[in-house]
Design a protein around this ligand. Structure first.
Ligand code: ADP
Length: 450
């Protein structure tokens, strides 16, 4: 490709020529491969400059050529050589928007003369214009003749410039919007950062809290273990001397021993009763400590509930012989078997029946069993004083006794122990009761054990 030989030359002398220049400008732009939009830009810029020059210096010679830029990219160059020198050797387009339609627009020196020169870069894809193709172009451009419609062209140009200005103002609006969006984004980002910092802070707090909680529960576990150990040791140590006191008391009141005065005998009986109470407390403590430290291992076996109920009926009947309470142990529905530890289960039920009889002055104490799918429910109910709902859980705490009931001898360890055992057997022990309505303790056990 060579830039020496121009593609086309035209003379601009009268107003009609402006239309011709515009039209040829568009044709040349199309021929060298500029896009439609760019063709219009070039043609518009050219006709505006042509109008200026016609007015100021009565015309110009217009030359279209294809030149190579320093960077190696082809450029469409249009030189307008004024027929008379420009006043003050200056050129300023009438419309400010014109210069933006092309890449460059200004004065340039061409072969000793000053020309108005505009240029527009050609996309690289269209750059492969061979010398042969250029010659072809020249021939094509030389053949076609320009048309005319001057007034229409002027309006068209104005409209076009207005449209392009509109595009520019839209672009300005867009950049304002963009700035606002950026501002908003910065705000959101700041908020987000603040939020994540707060979240991180909260998380750190929660983590610290959990660590503290873990530490506290470890301490609690350790405390509970040492309490169980302490109870087990103390109880164990106490058992021997208390048993000895009971034995000695028995010896003192034995008919083979020296006779005691009536008062002495009464005092020895008191000592023996107190020692017996102490022994039962020690035994209860020992049982509970054993259950809590996990040293009780249930011995799983088939348990016949009917046999167990019969046995309890027999041993506990004596308790109600001289009272106004009737003990009713119902026959469980057959087949009354479950997998459990008979000794532990008997201990639990004996404890519940014992309590029921102990706290009931008149009416009945009833034990019955019912099967519900894979569970056995054993219910011990009485017509006793009942327990207020707010104490339903407290009575399962160690040493707790409902106020006003402590005179009926007891340690407050029976129920916590019973609940421990039921848990070991894979079940639950619950209470339903209200003052004046009696109490109902329900042992709920899995048929198949744990
Ligand atoms: P103890 O019977 O040795 O006092 P328990 O742990 O067995 O200890 O019972 C705790 C308390 O629950 C009792 O002191 C009593 O106040 C109350 N209680 C237990 N069973 C009944 C019952 N059937 N009716 C009324 N109160 C009861």
């Amino acid at each position: 490709m060579t830039g020496r030989e121009p593609l086309l030359r035209m003379a601009l002398r009268v107003e009609q020529d402006i239309f011709g220049v515009r039209q040829r400008g568009r044709e040349v732009a199309a021929a060298v491969g500029l896009e439609h939009q760019d063709q219009i830009r070039v043609a518009t810029a050219l006709s505006e400059v042509a109008r200026d020059l016609l007015r100021v210096v009565d015309g110009a010679d217009v030359t279209f050529s294809l030149v190579e830029e320093v960077a190696g990219r082809p450029v469409l160059r249009i030189d307008l050589a004024p027929v008379r020198p420009l006043p003050d050797n200056r050129y300023e387009p009438q419309s400010g928007a014109v210069a933006r339609l092309v890449d460059t627009l200004g004065l340039a020196g061409s072969e000793g003369d000053t020309v108005v020169r505009m240029s527009r870069r050609i996309p690289t894809a269209a750059a492969a214009l061979t010398t042969a193709r250029l010659a072809e172009l020249r021939a094509e451009l030389g053949n076609s003749a320009p048309a005319s419609a001057l007034d229409e062209l002027a309006t068209q140009n104005e409209q076009l410039i207005a449209a392009l200005d509109e595009v520019r103002s839209q672009r300005d609006e867009l950049s304002v919007l963009n700035a606002e969006l950026e501002e908003t984004n910065r705000g959101v980002l700041a908020l987000y950062t603040q939020l994540s910092e707060e979240l991180e802070e909260t998380n750190r707090g929660v983590v610290a809290l959990y660590a503290e909680l873990d530490e506290k529960s470890a301490q609690l576990r350790a405390a509970s273990e040492s309490k169980s150990r302490f109870l087990a040791n103390v109880s164990h140590e106490l058992r021997a001397p208390v048993t000895a006191i009971i034995g000695l008391g028995r010896l003192l009141t034995d008919s083979a021993s020296d006779p005691l005065t009536a008062e002495q005998a009464q005092q020895v009986d008191l000592i023996r009763d107190s020692a017996a109470d102490l022994l039962s407390l020690v035994n209860d403590l020992l049982d509970l400590a054993k259950a809590e430290s996990g040293r009780i291992e249930p011995e799983w076996a088939e348990v016949d509930l009917r046999a167990l109920f019969g046995q309890l009926r027999g041993t506990l009947r004596a308790l109600t012989l001289h009272s106004e309470v009737e003990l009713l142990v119902e026959e469980p529905p057959a087949p009354a078997v479950l997998r459990s530890d008979e000794v532990l289960l008997a201990q639990v039920l004996r404890n519940l029946l014992h309590n029921a009889v102990k706290f009931t002055d008149r009416g009945e104490v009833r034990m019955r069993a019912e099967r519900d799918a894979d569970r056995w429910r054993i219910v011990v109910s009485d017509t006793g004083p009942g327990i207020p709902p707010e104490l339903h859980e407290r009575i399962f705490e160690e040493f707790y006794q409902v106020p006003g009931t402590s005179r009926r001898s007891g340690t407050g360890l029976g129920l916590p122990y019973a609940r421990r055992l039921v848990t070991l057997l894979g079940g639950t022990l619950e209470l339903t009761s209200a003052p004046g309505r009696g109490s109902t303790f329900t042992v709920d056990l899995p048929v198949g054990g744990v």
